[in-house]
Design a protein. Structure first.
Length: 440
């Protein structure tokens, strides 16, 4: 299929989008099954905020009929990328791939040189790909909490004066564990008892720098069910944020670094504990499909990638030593549910804990509004979606809302704080399981 002729400055972007996404846009039959599944369509109520509307805009842009920055950029940027529409679509339109292609083409057409864009690119290119830099950030955050500076900032509302958005995110940070307890890459942790499976653990970037306690507990749980756990050296950020922001070349470079790091082990499974990261790891096969040198290794890598809940459920039961008191509900990570197709395992693990009262939340499969860095870039839109989620959460009377993604966990923390719900905790699945196993 030949791309349409264009004569304006967007010619290169049009050609790129036509090549990367046009055939996919033609798969959409405009049936509207995606509309009820889309959180931004529900909160904004306009066609351009729906998957169907966005696909049509991408198609028009690929045909050179609309302007990338004026007509396409806004609707695309306001998409959460939750991919619930893919689950609802009766003809299997790969919306996530269309979205990423559109973001890349928009960025290549005319990058916006505003302050937030510069900060975003700086973080994506010079921070997230480097674990040591992120760990330094985590250490700084630990000192910020331990010295009492965080209490002073909250009492004086200093950060709120500078940026209400950053103030909410700062309050949502979990208590950060000492770097001395972080299990270093290059380490092999033996199974407790007979070795049933050799796994390589993907530490992630935010998980390793700001939530290293969850990583440590993940490894301890894996050893309890008979896993020998390898932490490969030279692993790095999965590239999910880069893909979601149109930085395809950077995402591919990070994928290759991780594939190389993990293929140097003889692990049978690659385990992660973050829904968004896991989705990215499983999509390395698609990301590098056109790279003859890497496609085979990428396919093998994606096949081996599993969420922590899948492994713990498969090798369980866990050796619980204590009852868990309270009502617990589960908030699905969009990328765990819609991309990795993992739904039952987290629930079965929670329901297996002695003493627990499990209640399913209305709209459990609806996005919480976190969306990677969406809540940072589009705070008000994110909070509208979160407000609906909080209404559903309060109906359960839960004392703990559990998820399997750091962004979701922090987003639910923001909602709990905004609503003054001191009786509810936002927790990672691993934290709940570890507590019931007597781990600290």
């Amino acid at each position: 299929m030949n791309a349409p002729a264009t004569s304006n400055k967007a010619n290169g972007a049009v050609q790129q989008l036509h090549t990367d996404a046009y055939d996919w846009t033609n798969q959409c039959v405009k049936c509207g099954y995606c509309l009820p599944a889309c959180p931004t369509y529900e909160s904004m109520g306009v066609e351009s905020a729906s998957p169907r509307g966005r696909i049509n805009l991408v198609k028009l842009a690929a045909e050179g009929k609309i302007d990338f920055q004026k007509d396409l950029s806004g609707p695309i940027e306001l998409c959460l990328g939750c991919r619930a529409c893919e689950t609802a679509c009766p003809v299997g339109v790969p919306y996530g791939h269309i979205l990423e292609a559109a973001k890349e083409a928009i960025g290549n057409d005319q990058p916006v040189n505003d302050y937030m864009t510069k900060i975003k690119k700086l973080a994506l290119i010079h921070l997230f790909p480097y674990p040591k830099r992120l760990n330094m950030l985590g250490t700084g955050a630990l000192l910020y909490q331990k010295t009492g500076l965080s209490k002073l900032v909250r009492q004086t509302r200093l950060l709120h004066t500078v940026s209400p958005v950053l103030s909410h995110l700062e309050q949502a940070l979990p208590a950060i564990e000492s770097p001395a307890k972080r299990i270093r890459t290059g380490t092999i942790i033996p199974a407790k008892g007979q070795t049933r499976l050799r796994v390589a653990f993907f530490t992630g970037c935010i998980m390793d720098s700001l939530m290293s306690r969850i990583n440590r507990l993940t490894i301890e749980l894996l050893t309890l069910v008979g896993c020998e756990v390898i932490l490969p050296e030279n692993q790095c950020c999965c590239g999910a944020l880069h893909s979601h922001q149109g930085e395809a070349l950077q995402a591919k470079a990070l994928a290759k670094r991780n594939i190389l790091a993990f293929t140097q082990t003889d692990a049978e499974v690659i385990v992660n504990n973050a829904g968004g990261c896991g989705a990215s790891l499983q999509e390395y096969e698609r990301l590098l499909a056109d790279d003859a040198e890497w496609s085979g290794a990428a396919s093998d890598f994606s096949r081996k990638s599993k969420d922590i809940s899948q492994i713990l459920h498969h090798l369980g039961p866990l050796p619980f030593t204590a009852e868990y008191r309270g009502i617990v509900t589960f908030q699905d990570s969009c990328h765990l549910r819609n991309v990795q197709k993992v739904q039952k395992e987290p629930r079965l693990l929670l329901q297996s804990i002695p003493g627990i009262t499990y209640v399913e939340m209305e709209g459990y499969d609806r996005c919480c509004g976190s969306g990677g860095i969406y809540n940072l870039l589009h705070f008000e839109e994110s909070m509208k979606i979160l407000d609906g989620k909080m209404n559903d959460l309060k109906e359960t009377r839960a004392t703990s809302v559990v998820t399997v993604n750091p962004g979701c966990q922090m987003q639910m923390n923001i909602g709990i704080q905004r609503d003054g719900e001191a009786g509810i905790k936002s927790m990672h699945l691993v934290e709940v399981l570890a507590k019931a196993c007597g781990l600290k």
